[in-house]
Design a protein around this ligand. Structure first.
Ligand code: ATP
Length: 414
């Protein structure tokens, strides 16, 4: 090998320098890219950390809240009572829910305006001191009663019940609107009116209509809800129902299905039956207790007048009975006309024919017929309901009646 061959030529030297430069550049680029990646990752981790810290603080708050709730739930229950009298030195006479009367102290932080005789309050279980005021706290069931400030139903919405409207006006409307006339003549108007008749013939409607025309609050309760299992509950609810009505006076209390508490008293053995009777006694006591010229009136309704206790029907109680029977031909015509008044129909739809075909139908069934007819027209994309729609509707409603699903009247009324 010659010395010449061993020597590095200047060209080789240049190319290796160039290569080293290239490698260094590539490594630098890689390092820069790695750096950028890591920087981004670090940023991500940082935001994740902030997020998790946030989450931890949220969860801590939640735990505190839940611990608070558990503490509340573990607290001994309060006794409910009513204030009877407010005395000096932050003391009061209260009647607890079991009827015992106590002299107790008041929580000074309570609003003194709310601490009035009659207010419902929470009492500490041990000391019975008043810890909270539960104003307007009626029994949830009484609060669950349907209450309408002034119902929208009017006498004009009803068909075929002119006689019944005249009777209810005389016994409910007149004494409410003109009590002086009764006083002058020394006559006692009826305290309560009993509406009897098959289901779906307008008993509820009539009660609502009279409330509307006298601008009364309408309070409706189904009597079976008053038939409580616990001793004293039903009676208390009746009391509260009347208290509520007096507070919202002028008011009309409507007790539907009164037979649930007003059935004939038999020598029943079960305590449940006896409790139902106690509820009825409370209702009678309330009826006896209020003045016929008060601005609270009671209307009750039943489909079963035959099983009612005579005590309910004695003078001074439900001494006016108004029967709303199944509508006759004229009545059905009127009800159909009212319900079809807003419905576009073709000439083929003849009310006379529908009246013929609906013998024995209740008002509710007649309404169902009109609704079915309209629905059929809508389903078929028609602008007007046709004879065909009503024929189909007749079949549907008649089928429902025979299946007993509709509001078919009981045998009692046929
Ligand atoms: P239930 O005994 O089942 O409580 P009800 O006698 O109180 O029945 P309502 O609730 O008053 O019957 O009537 C049900 C529906 O039937 C009403 O909403 C109304 O559409 C229709 N209806 C009943 N009777 C008439 C009537 N005389 N005029 C017009 N519509 C009536």
């Amino acid at each position: 090998m010659t010395a010449d061959s061993d020597a590095i030529s200047p060209r080789d030297d240049d190319s290796s320098k160039h290569k080293i430069g290239e490698i260094a550049e590539r490594t630098l680029r890689d390092l820069e890219a790695d750096f950028a990646d890591l920087k981004e990752r670090a940023q991500q981790l940082l935001s994740e950390r902030v997020y998790l810290e946030n989450e931890v603080s949220q969860q801590k708050k939640k735990v505190n809240r839940l611990e608070d709730e558990v503490r509340q739930l573990r607290m001994p229950p309060h006794v409910i009572g009513n204030i009877q009298d407010i005395l000096e030195d932050d003391r009061a006479v209260v009647r607890s829910s079991n009827g015992t009367i106590f002299l107790v102290s008041l929580n000074r932080n309570l609003d003194s305006d709310l601490l009035k005789p009659g207010a419902r309050v929470a009492l500490n279980q041990d000391s019975l001191s008043v810890v909270d005021v539960l104003s307007d706290a009626w029994d949830p069931l009484v609060m669950g009663a349907e209450m309408i400030d002034r119902p929208e139903t009017t006498y004009e919405d009803m068909g075929g019940v002119e006689e019944q409207i005249a009777l209810i006006k005389e016994s409910i409307e007149l004494p409410l609107l003109n009590p002086a006339a009764f006083k002058n003549f020394g006559i006692e108007p009826p305290k309560g009116v009993l509406l009897v008749g098959p289901p779906g013939c307008g008993k509820t409607m009539l009660a609502k209509a009279v409330a509307s025309s006298t601008e009364c609050t309408f309070i409706r309760l189904v009597a079976s809800e008053l038939a409580q299992k616990y001793i004293g509950e039903g009676g208390r609810m009746v009391r509260e129902l009347f208290d509520l009505a007096r507070e919202r006076a002028p008011a009309i209390i409507f007790i539907d299905e009164i037979d649930a508490i007003g059935a004939k008293r038999l020598d029943s053995a079960t305590s449940g039956d006896r409790e139902v009777q106690r509820t009825l006694m409370q209702l009678l006591a309330e009826l006896d207790g209020f003045d016929a010229l008060d601005d609270v009136k009671l209307i009750a309704a039943t489909n079963r007048p035959d099983i009612l206790d005579e005590a309910l029907l004695r003078p001074g109680r439900f001494d006016r009975i108004i029967e709303i029977p199944l509508p006759n031909d004229e009545g059905r015509k009127a009800i159909l006309e009212i319900n079809m008044s807003g419905m576009p129909t073709t000439k083929g739809v003849r009310i006379g024919h529908l009246v013929e075909e609906t013998k024995g139908f209740s008002g509710a069934e007649l309404k169902a017929l009109v609704v079915e007819g309209g629905m059929s027209a809508i389903r078929n994309n028609r602008k007007k309901a046709t004879k065909d729609d009503f024929e189909k509707a007749l079949t549907t409603v008649k089928e429902k009646r025979t299946e007993g699903r509709g509001s078919a009247p009981s045998d009692l009324w046929n």
